[in-house]
Structures are given as C-alpha cells and as structure tokens.
Design a protein around this ligand. Structure first.
Ligand code: ZN
Ligand code: ZN
Length: 263
C-alpha cells in the first residue's frame, strides 16, 4: 500500500501546499491498481490532477465536513458531472451523512443533482461509528473521534499491511484502538504545547500524537495537518520526547510506503 500526500497543511491551504488530501494506492493480485482518495480539502484538487487523471479514482472517503477536508469536492463534482466521457460510473463517496447537502450549499443549489445534468455523479454512503467497507483490496474501518463536528478516523488494511489515518481529533480511546500495531500511523498534530493545549476536544499536539502512537504500539508515526504558522520542528520534537519509534513529518507530494514492519 502506498500513500501520496496531495496536501497536508493544517486548517487551511498554505503558501507551499494544499489542505488535507491523501491518495491511497494498492495493486491487487490481478495487477489492477486501486485508488482511494482520503479527504479533499481546500486547494487539493489542483495538485491531485498533477498526480493522476481523477477519472482513475475508485472511491473518495471524507473524514469530516470542515473545509480543509472536503471543500475541493466541489471541483471534483464539476469534473465528474460535466466530463466529456459519458461512461463514467457514479463515484462511491463515503462521508458524514450531511455531505451531499453541504456540497449543494457551497454550489448554491438545492439537492444532489448538479445544474444541467440529470444524474448524481457520486454514490454517497453515510459513515457511522464502526462502519466497515471495502474498495478492491482495501478494507476500511471508521471510528468516531473527538472533534467539534462529526468526525472519523480510519484503519485501512490490505493483506497484512495496516495504515491508520487520524483525520482531525483530540486524544481518545477510539484513536488508540484503531492505531494498534499500525505499520504507518498518519496522525494530525495541528496544535503545539503551550500555545494551543488549553483547547480541548479539537486537535492533537505533537506530544499527544506521540503519546497515542506509543499507547498503540504504532510502528511508524507520520505527523501531518501542521498549519502554515507553526514550525514543524516543534510538534516533531514534542512527539519524539514521548515516543521512541520512527517519526517523520509529511510534505506535499511525499510518497509513503506502508509495508509490514516486522520486529
Ligand atoms: Zn483539519
Ligand atoms: Zn477539522
């Protein structure tokens, strides 16, 4: 399994990259490569087109309805609804139940059907606590996490390989449980100690991300969702102070290999 970092800026697009979006790829036994997009935040549809032809997507998963995680679904919808190819299937989209209405509101219309066409381009599936679904060789488990809005983290498995994505969350049992033994724990660290840690129930600091990785025994921790105004060295140092395993920062266009780590 492989993760392309399409965008990873926390809370809003930054001067050097888009907000959250990750392209997961896995090739099945027959040699077909499956592609699932995890979040499509502000500014991320641009760089996505530099990576793949978006018609190659097999599914999209949206962790929650903050703009830095879903707003560029507006661009993907236009792309899919008005594409010159008329044989595109409905694209499976997993996300909070309100996603179709939110997209419609941003696009200034009622209902899920784009203006001028007669079909809904996306096949929506609402996430709830514990939802399990598969896309080709990839299995997803969603768990509700702690954020000011309905939000999910995901454990994605393929064979023996395990990727865990935190979405946006503060520390919680569901996240620790999801991350147990993860080969790669892609975890947000939107806050830093001292400046932001008085906010509860919103984001992890680098320290809290490191503590969660340590409790879960994650084999590799990748810190993400660091806002443009934060020096990434700070959450990295915080995480390193509380977790002994390998820890890295992610940057736009990074490719993260999720291979099974053996002790
Ligand atoms: Zn966010
Ligand atoms: Zn959020």
């Amino acid at each position: 399994m492989r993760v392309h970092v399409v965008g990873c800026c926390g809370s809003f697009a930054g001067p050097t990259g888009a907000a959250s979006s990750y392209l997961i790829e896995q090739t099945d036994a027959a040699g077909r490569t499956w592609r699932v997009l995890m979040d499509l935040g502000s500014g991320a549809f641009g760089p996505l087109q530099g990576l793949i032809d978006p018609t190659e997507l097999d599914a999209v998963v949206i962790s929650h309805l903050h703009p830095d995680h879903f707003l560029d679904m507006t661009g993907l919808e236009v792309f899919w609804a008005y594409h010159e190819r008329d044989d595109l299937p409905q694209l499976p989209v997993y996300g909070p139940a309100e996603l179709p209405q939110r997209l419609a509101a941003v696009l200034c219309r009622e209902g899920a059907v784009p203006d001028g066409v007669d079909t809904v381009p996306f096949a929506y599936d609402a996430l709830t606590e514990g939802t399990i679904f598969t896309v080709g060789p990839l299995s997803f488990e969603a768990r509700a996490v702690v954020h000011p809005v309905e939000a999910y983290a995901f454990r994605i498995t393929s064979g023996e390989e395990v990727l865990v994505y935190s979405g946006d969350t503060d520390a919680c049992e569901a996240l620790d449980e999801l991350a147990v033994g993860a080969d790669l724990f892609l975890c947000e660290a939107g806050y830093i100690e001292g400046r932001d840690d008085h906010f509860a129930g919103v984001h992890l600091t680098g320290r809290r991300a490191g503590q969660s990785a340590a409790r879960a025994g994650a084999k590799q921790l990748a810190l993400t969702h660091i806002p443009a105004w934060t020096d990434p060295a700070i959450p990295l140092a915080e995480a390193r102070a509380v977790h002994e395993g390998p820890i890295r920062l992610v940057a736009p266009m990074d490719i993260l290999e999720v291979s099974q780590h053996r002790d």
